[in-house]
Design a protein around this ligand. Sequence first.
Ligand code: GUN
Ligand code: FE
Length: 432
Amino acid sequence: MKNFVLKGNICYSVNKSEIKVFPDSYLVCIEGKTVGIFEELPQQYKELSLVDYGDKLIIPGMIDLHIHAPQYAFRGMGMDLELMEWLQQQAFVEEAKYSDLDYARDAYSIFAKQMQKSATTRACIFATRHRKATTLLMDLMEDTGLITYVGKVNMDREAPQNLCEKDADSSATETMEWLEENRSRYTRTMPILTPRFLPSCTNELLEKLQGVREEYHLPVQSHLSENPEEITFVKSLFPDAGFYGDGYDKYGFFGKEAKTIMAHCVWSEEEEVVRMKQNGVFVAHCPASNMNLSSGIAPIKRYLDEGIKVGLGSDVAAGQSESIFRAMTDAIQVSKLYWRHVDSSCKPLTFEEAFYMATKGGGEFFGNVGSFEEGYELDAIVLDDTCIPYPQELSVRQRLERAVYLSLDLMGICAKYVAGEEVKCCRTHVLT
Ligand code: GUN
Ligand code: FE
């Protein structure tokens, strides 16, 4: 069903300071892309099937630029640690279990189902270092109808023996085998090169992965400047790098040669920020994770003002929830603390900016995604806010903000479309 019309209260972001609102209007989708929004349905579209969502809200699907599928199992637990201890005591312990395909199937089935139910239509996902379990995750994600990038993680040091890859060579070889076995296997699920972070990767591994990236033309995802102890450690491991991101850039993993997402960027120094901008690196802002692991507050307003590309990430399970509505609220709230307590020249984020990051900002990583402007791939979610009643008159814009702050997505969304295909997970409706 790639040609259809949706009717309802339509909202989308055109840029970081403007949300366009079309009450009681028609959103026309042809070949999976938006052709326009109309108050009256033009004659030429009257033959298309129409879904009338009445007074409900229709907004672009949420984009999660950073989430760890294997960590979903322990979300909401074991948070009272900083990054390096949390990795050793929580994340690595859980991830080691994914050598067992039965466990992986149980855990990843839950993850995939919950992602299908969520407001997220696109995501960039870390798996573990295990090739077979990563392919299994890709099979499950393909069936959800979401469009995702999934990465087999590379890590050949600084992890327990039952998780660490044997050496650089076997890590690179496994990655190539994983890429080969998934060639042409999926329509919605794409591989992404995933060196975990610099402390997990030897120079030799990074060098080999550079070759893999060039051969397979892969985008890249990793972590950057999340925690002070981590950054000090990176300085000792990579004394020749000018700054953390420079360590990635030396191997072509920093935006210029390959489309790249770097999660966090809480403590990025000036030169790093300049390089991110020059190279077009996408920042995945993960405010819940940064609070839970006491990492700090990323100066996102500054990044946006400087024209750096920024989207939101749930970073489950350092972030406790896959809700990008929650991430929007968290992003705004931590930016207010940053402004009040850290830097009075860095103004708080607005709702418009948060909505932009959650949709069009992150969506750019996937192409023309995250907006209902003409030519954008149609990813949409439909929200019924009657479950949060109100006595007064509210505008559609007010209802949207309220829906986000009150995490309406967690109460269930009515319908979800990804690139013009309906995802059959939500409440059903009758086509007319
Ligand atoms: N840095 C390296 N690995 C991880 C991870 O799994 N989560 C977070 N938040 N940071 C990381
Ligand atoms: Fe992460």
